[in-house]
Design a protein around this ligand. Structure first.
Ligand code: PGA
Length: 263
């Protein structure tokens, strides 16, 4: 086991669960507990949210907690990581649609507290809109808790390989692997947008707490690289190793290649 992995283990921030469901329940519980804690202090929770297959079960759990346990999202302010560009908000595969379908339509979050980068932002003013997005996060005191997935090329948000550690929210060209992975949903790679707007790596890493969730065998290879490769823009998730506030929540399949863990 190399040194960086050992350091991570010593900080005790890798958590491996037998199933994807168990890992997702853990993540949902952490989010719910943060919401409840902030509520008891009379404060709002600034929550960074992700899309894709990975967080679906987390959102299912949060919706269940809202329905069955009375978990309220009235004190939540959300900021999503990314959105395809250009893409209409109403497109069924927009991340706006995804969030409505999987979470927002089923909970009591105030519409005015929901923020996502926009696939319909005017291209001439895109830089201003991206800056304003980061500014708005700052105005709210920064992200308290950021939920992250990881792409098979190591991207976080849509910060593709080559993204700088100090990058801000911006327009980015999607990597070939990202577009290939999205091709099934879009029914053909030719339908996958070429670009996206993503929170920057600096935007993400400024979060006070970060939960990276990875589930399934198809993430095993990149999780190994995220833990063991040299820290570099080539695998943007390696940057997370420099941060003490990151926890990795994995199922056994995603953790399969990490090597022997001293747990
Ligand atoms: P996925 O995507 O959850 O659909 O695998 C994760 C990501 O790209 O961050």
């Amino acid at each position: 086991m190399n040194k960086v992995t050992t350091d991570i283990l010593l900080t005790n921030n890798i958590h491996i669960y037998a199933t994807a469901e168990a890992a997702s329940i853990k993540v949902a519980r952490v989010i719910a507990d943060e919401i409840i804690k902030k509520r008891s202090l009379g404060q709002q929770l600034v929550l960074g949210l992700a899309t894709g297959n990975t967080p679906k079960m987390v959102y299912q759990q949060l919706v269940r907690m809202h329905r069955d346990e009375g978990l309220s999202f009235k004190n939540v302010i959300s900021f999503n990581l990314d959105e395809y560009y250009p893409l209409k908000e109403t497109h069924p595969l927009s991340y706006h649609s995804f969030m409505n379908q999987h979470l927002f339509d089923h909970i009591d979050i105030a519409q005015s507290n929901i923020h996502l980068p926009h696939g319909e932002w005017d291209v001439a003013r895109l830089g201003d809109y991206c800056k304003a997005y980061d500014q708005k996060i700052k105005q709210h005191g920064g992200i308290d808790l950021q939920l992250l997935g990881i792409g098979r090329n190591g991207h976080i948000g849509f910060n593709e390989p080559g993204s700088a550690f100090d990058s801000a929210t911006r327009l980015i060209d999607l990597h070939e692997q990202t577009r290939t992975d999205a091709a099934i949903d879009f029914e053909g790679i030719e339908n996958v947008p070429l670009q996206a707007i993503t929170m920057g790596i600096a935007t993400i890493t400024n979060a006070k707490k970060i939960l990276l969730l990875a589930i399934g065998t198809r993430k095993a290879e990149i999780i190994k690289k995220a833990f063991q490769n040299e820290i570099s823009p080539e695998v943007p998730a390696t940057f997370l190793r420099t941060l003490p506030q990151v926890s990795y929540i994995l199922d056994q399949e995603a953790a399969a290649l990490v090597g022997p863990l001293e747990r």
